[in-house]
Design a protein around this ligand. Structure first.
Ligand code: NAP
Ligand code: HSE
Length: 429
């Protein structure tokens, strides 16, 4: 079979972009064997064409002129690996309208502007693919959209941010939050502004995308209830260990009675749960559905070459399916309502700092009982006239737990705001 040369461009030549070029150069023969095409980087858009790169681009490839990408007829497909909403969003729109397919690693762009971008792509008859925007090397979008197309997936559980998982894993070994974050930045896992990683915004965008694809109904970023790891202290990690658990930033997307709930928050995960073993910058996604029961995908969730492998896979898919009409761009086919926040149910961990005097425990327990929330486990530590209560609650509606905690926080013996996190357990709680 005669080989076809396909012109490819990159928007961005940083951690991910340079790795995409490396893979295309070093794996050109494998790609040609599999697809009959040679994918060649023709242009790569950067801010500074003179900067030193981890993998050098060929002479004349780096450019600061977007029009050189948009107006080059030899470029059929473009990988957007520059990040941010502006100018990336405008560039992607222009490229799609110019008849070029786009693959992107930009979860914020897909989560916030996906509806518009998919519509433009379909109108222009080109593809917009986004595998690398969620969980880097793990092919979860492909599995959900293709392998599980007839499976009614009703729950997605995920560790979807490598930076925070790396930080929490380091804290478990006694490392400090600040040192672990600096190391994650140095290793290229963190976003350009790591605020998005630690406050949960990166994971929320990924969960919005995963929920949209899994449930076929648009989940806006603003629909995702989000808490990051900035509130996590070494004491939480130690308390979790004492209960046989680890702290992880977990995304949970549920389809309950035809309504959708998506949240990202630190969770206490029992050591026997598959997500507890996910260490360092690894990610994992558990898909639960009618026919499949449960499928867990685990792998590198951040890093240049890891993310580049998903970008290259999308480039190969675009080239391999061009003109076949394979898959609609937009995964949405219905509009589901959002589950009211208080109706979401889970077992919970609660930490309370209280004065150590008779009756305190009974007062707190009575507030839970008044809201029909049952206590599964209780540990009390006493130090200097102060007590820390660590409770595991049986599965209960979030609304009832929050209502009880408002009353408990108002008790005179309670010394600070309660800390609450869902518990992930393999056994019924
Ligand atoms: P990065 O290292 O900061 O690279 C960004 C690249 O985009 C740089 O080459 C930069 O040019 C270029 N760029 C940025 N703004 C530009 C502008 N206005 N005009 C022209 N060029 C511009 O970022 P990255 O880590 O590769 O991440 C890229 C994307 O991949 C982001 O959306 C990120 O969320 C996503 N992602 C990253 C990872 C990861 O582990 N790093 C994993 C999954 C997804 P200069 O080099 O000249 O400054
Ligand atoms: N900053 C992201 C993370 C990169 O740490 O998971 C992958 O999207």
């Amino acid at each position: 079979m005669a080989s076809v040369d396909v012109g490819v461009a990159l928007l961005g030549y940083g951690t991910v972009g340079a790795s995409v070029n490396r893979l295309l150069v070093e794996s050109a023969d494998e790609i040609e064997r599999a697809t009959g095409h040679r994918l060649r980087i023709v242009r790569a858009l950067v801010r500074d064409a003179d900067k030193e790169r981890s993998f050098a681009a060929a002479d004349g490839v780096l450019t600061t002129d977007f029009a050189a990408v948009r107006d080059d007829p030899s470029i059929r497909v473009v990988a957007e690996v520059m990040g941010g909403l502006d100018p990336a969003g405008g560039y992607v729109r222009e490229l799609l309208r110019a008849g070029k397919s786009v693959v992107t690693a930009n979860k914020q762009l897909v989560a916030r502007e996906g509806a518009d971008l998919f519509a433009i792509a379909s109108e222009a008859g080109v593809q917009l693919r986004f595998e690398a925007s969620v969980c880097a090397a793990i092919p979860v979008v492909k599995v959900l959209r293709e392998s599980l197309v007839v499976t009614n997936v009703h729950r997605v559980l995920g560790i979807v941010n490598g930076t925070t998982n790396f930080i929490l894993s380091r804290m478990e070994q006694g490392g400090s939050y600040a040192e672990a974050l600096a190391e994650a930045q140095q290793l290229g896992y963190a976003e350009a502004d790591p605020t998005d990683d630690v406050n949960g915004a990166d994971a929320a965008a990924k969960m919005a995308i995963l929920a949209t694809v899994a449930f076929g109904s648009r989940v806006a970023l603003s629909d995702v209830d989000m808490r990051g790891i900035t509130e996590i202290e070494p004491a939480h990690v130690v308390a979790a260990a004492d209960l046989g658990m680890v702290v992880r930033l977990v995304g949970i997307a549920s389809l309950l009675d035809g309504k959708v709930d998506v949240r990202v928050q630190p969770a206490f995960v029992e050591r026997s749960h598959p997500l507890a073993a996910v260490d360092g910058a690894f990610n994992a996604v558990m898909l639960q559905g009618d026919a499949i029961r449960e499928i867990t995908l685990e792998g590198p969730g951040a890093g240049g070459i890891e993310t580049a492998s998903a970008v290259v896979a999308d480039l190969v898919s675009v080239v391999g399916t061009a003109g076949t009409g394979f898959l609609q761009n937009d995964a949405c086919w219905r509009e589901l309502d959002k589950l009211p926040d208080g109706e979401w149910r889970s077992p919970f961990y609660v930490h309370l700092d209280v004065v150590d005097r008779p009756g305190v425990l009974a007062h707190a327990a009575s507030r839970f009982a008044a809201h029909e929330v049952s206590i599964a486990q209780l540990v009390q530590r006493v130090e200097d006239g102060q007590a820390a209560l660590e409770l595991v609650l049986h599965t209960a509606p979030l609304g009832a737990v929050k209502a009880a905690l408002v009353e408990i926080a108002a008790l005179p013996e309670v010394l600070g705001p309660p800390f609450v996190a869902p518990v992930l357990s393999e056994r019924p709680l």
